[in-house]
Design a protein around this ligand. Structure first.
Ligand code: 6CS
Length: 388
């Protein structure tokens, strides 16, 4: 599907209308089938709705599709998971509203979720995780963090049950000028997802952060309302963003991270058996989605470089340090916003990162790369080989 021909490019109100014939209802158990008196009633599968912040072909879609397959298998066909890709249920905050109300059972929540679960902005902090993506996925999904009582309580207070933390690749800057230093960011209108942490971070970098809905970004950049954007590579390609930008800048400052979550009331009402099935599925999905996201991000970078003259810039360790330094005071802003519980959670994550056994780093890149070089993918591959 070309997303601009579909629902996605329109405003949130239109987005909601696009999916109106498929809107989920709170009662997801299928009505009993009408059966002939002599025929034993065939059990109708139960349907669980899952709202995605991304379109078909994305990391979230691949996660949802595999989750649906695993749940169907593990329940012997008694449960079907129905995916609602971005655009079918409205804009990003509409998705969160619907999982909070129980209209859908599951949803992904990433940067925009900061307005609903302020503590989730922890995943927007820069320079907190390791340089190794696989290690990051493991740290975030180890029981010590994923089932941490402060994390769970932050979500449950908003009628949500966190189930998995899903890194979708490095957040890569795009811009209409080269960025290597905070000075280069000066006055640059960069789009951030709608959370205060990101606005504070990019202000600290010297930029002019601007919030805009995902589906409006292409035209925002095309019309010159935005000079830059922050996305994992697959999204720069999938949403055509790269076509209206001149540079992709790899600073490895943060991963794009989404939380896979359920409506907490609905989750609590499940049998132990169903909860166990979900737990097994999310555990199996950690290595699966890591492989998928690295593959998608690598393949999509090839597509971008084959189809455009966009220039790729990989920051040197020294260049990264200048941004890291500016990002550190933003941790205090996070603490102020979320209080003791959130601060404890941030410190837990920092501690897990410090104690992590990180495979040796691959050689750093130091210059502007040509279109055919893929240091990110190579670095990740060698790190994974060593981890295996
Ligand atoms: O930037 C955004 O708003 C969106 N980007 C991605 C890659 N996924 C969902 C998110 O809402």
């Amino acid at each position: 599907m070309n997303w601009r021909n579909g629902c996605i490019g329109a405003a949130a109100v239109l987005l909601a209308a696009c999916g109106s014939d498929e809107e989920p209802t709170a009662n997801t158990t299928a009505p009993e089938a009408e059966v002939e008196e002599t025929t034993p009633a065939a059990a109708e599968p139960e349907t669980w709705g899952f709202a995605l912040e991304e379109i078909e072909g994305s990391v979230q879609y691949e996660y949802g599709a595999k989750f649906a397959e695993l749940i169907n298998e593990k329940t012997d066909g008694q449960v079907e998971v129905k995916l609602y890709p971005y655009g079918q249920l409205g804009g990003l905050t509409d998705i969160y509203d619907q999982v909070q109300s129980g209209a859908v059972q599951f949803a992904f929540g990433s940067g925009f979720l900061g307005g609903t679960v302020p503590e989730s902005q922890l995943f927007s902090l820069n320079f907190v995780l390791t340089d190794n993506e696989k290690t990051n996925a493991e740290i975030l999904n180890a029981p010590e963090f994923r089932q941490n009582e402060d994390l769970v309580a932050s979500f449950r207070e908003r009628d949500l049950q966190p189930l998995a933390i899903v890194p979708e690749g490095w957040q890569v800057w795009s811009a209409n000028k080269a960025i290597r230093t905070p000075d280069d960011f000066s006055g640059l209108a960069i789009r951030t997802m709608d959370n205060r942490l990101l606005r504070e971070t990019y202000s600290a970098y010297g930029a002019d952060p601007t919030t805009m809905e995902y589906g409006e970004l292409f035209s925002g950049m095309q019309l010159g309302q935005l000079d830059g954007n922050i996305q994992p590579v697959f999204a720069h390609q999938e949403m055509d963003f790269y076509k209206v930008q001149d540079y992709l800048i790899f600073a490895n400052q943060a991963q794009f991270i989404a939380t896979f979550m359920a409506n907490s009331g609905w989750y609590d009402s499940l049998s132990q058996d169903r909860k166990h099935v979900i737990e097994e599925a999310v555990t199996e999905l950690v290595p699966y989605i890591h492989d998928v996201q690295t593959r998608l991000n690598t393949e999509r970078l090839d597509i971008i470089t084959e189809n455009s003259d966009i220039e790729l810039i990989y920051l040197t360790p020294e260049e990264r340090d200048a941004f890291r330094e500016r990002s550190l005071p933003v941790r205090d802003v996070f603490s102020e916003m979320v209080g003791e519980r959130g601060t404890r959670l941030m410190n837990t994550l920092i501690e897990q990162v410090e104690n992590a056994d990180v495979p040796d780093a691959a050689p750093e890149q130091s210059d502007t790369e040509t279109a055919t070089e893929q240091p990110e993918a190579e670095a990740e591959e060698s790190a994974m080989d060593e981890a295996a």
